[in-house]
Design a protein around this ligand. Sequence first.
Ligand code: HEM
Length: 402
Amino acid sequence: MGSVTDAIPLASGDEDCYYQDPARFFARLRESRPVAPLRTPDRGRAWIITRHADLRAALADPRMAKDVHRWPGGGRSRPSEEAGLHAHMLNSDPPDHTRLRRLVQKELTPRRAARLRPRAEVIAAGLLDDMAAARGDVVDLIGAYARPLPITVLCELLGIPAADRRWISAAVIDYGKREESRRVTRELAAYFSELIAARRGAPGDDPLSALIRVHDNAGDADGLSGTELLSTVFQLVMAGFDTTANLIASGALALLTHPEQLARLREEPSLLPAAVEELLRFTSPVNYATDRFTTDDVPVGDVVIPAGQWVLNAITSANRDPAQFPDPDRLDLGRDASGHVAFGYGAHYCLGAPLARMEAGAAIGGLLARFPGVSLAVPPEELRWRRVSLMNGLESLPVRLA
Ligand code: HEM
């Protein structure tokens, strides 16, 4: 049995692979030490779980906890806690998790996502119009399309003013940078506090107004505390934007670098929903599920992770596990990709999955219909991936529109 104190350090040269090609990095661990203590470059020492079956078992195990206040060591200090943004469902265990999740689940239904589709298509078409002006030139698909689309949909859903979208989008991206997170957390806390105060005076038919009503009517005991309300709004924005932007951009990249699959999708547009599932599996917009810690000794595969240890579940690896997906490094839009864990698994399974699927379908379908000759403007090996480990996203995606 290992311990995080003798965590495997990254060999020289591995750090680049860790960020640039996590699927390849984790494949080696999955084969040699599927449950291993690792010294990660930006998340410190943690146990990493890389096999699909182990990851699903771990994410379904109540001894893999989220609420750091239950951690024997008292937890890591987080800027979000200082700013009062920590008290959301992704940092909670039952019974708080169950209560918080139920409140948001009522607002993020598959039906609401389906109702938003026409609006998402209009937003996509507007962005594509703007991009058409640059036809023939190189355009960054991330800055011009993959980011503005989900932030606009999310802000419209929550009733966030259009003028603030660019700022929020930049703040969420900066939040992922370690050195920026304290500043950004404070700014986001101040912004969302003001937003809540303003909406309280002018409520609408939106999830934010509904959550404010729960807080104001039910009180702190069984409703939603003020800190939980603020944290929940923050978490929805954090969870719902960068993730979807990564799926749109990395999905587009996967199609552009697999022309036979792209041609297949063009010939058979009804393949789009299946294509989105395969793109979720193949690209894994989120590298890891968020941190867990063990409240007890927990057997995972052939290893027992001792109590009080940090655990990271490597989604990127599980989605490429050959024991679950035959020939996993092959993009195949016709395969049965169900069982992928891009949206996590178990109690914290992504509440925004219907919305994300809808947006990705609208974005990728819209792009291919409008610019059938879109192509990569640089060789794929020149593309840089952001040096953050939780999110799996490109810095930029230069394309030519034709
Ligand atoms: C492609 C886009 C997305 C991906 C890949 C994604 C991925 C994930 C993953 C992996 C988790 C589980 C994390 C864990 O167990 O630690 C999660 C949870 C969550 N996601 Fe998403 N997400 C996406 C889009 C969205 C959107 C659009 C929203 C809402 C606006 C959203 C809201 C949430 C919420 C509220 C949770 C927490 C659920 C809970 O703790 O019970 N996500 N997401």
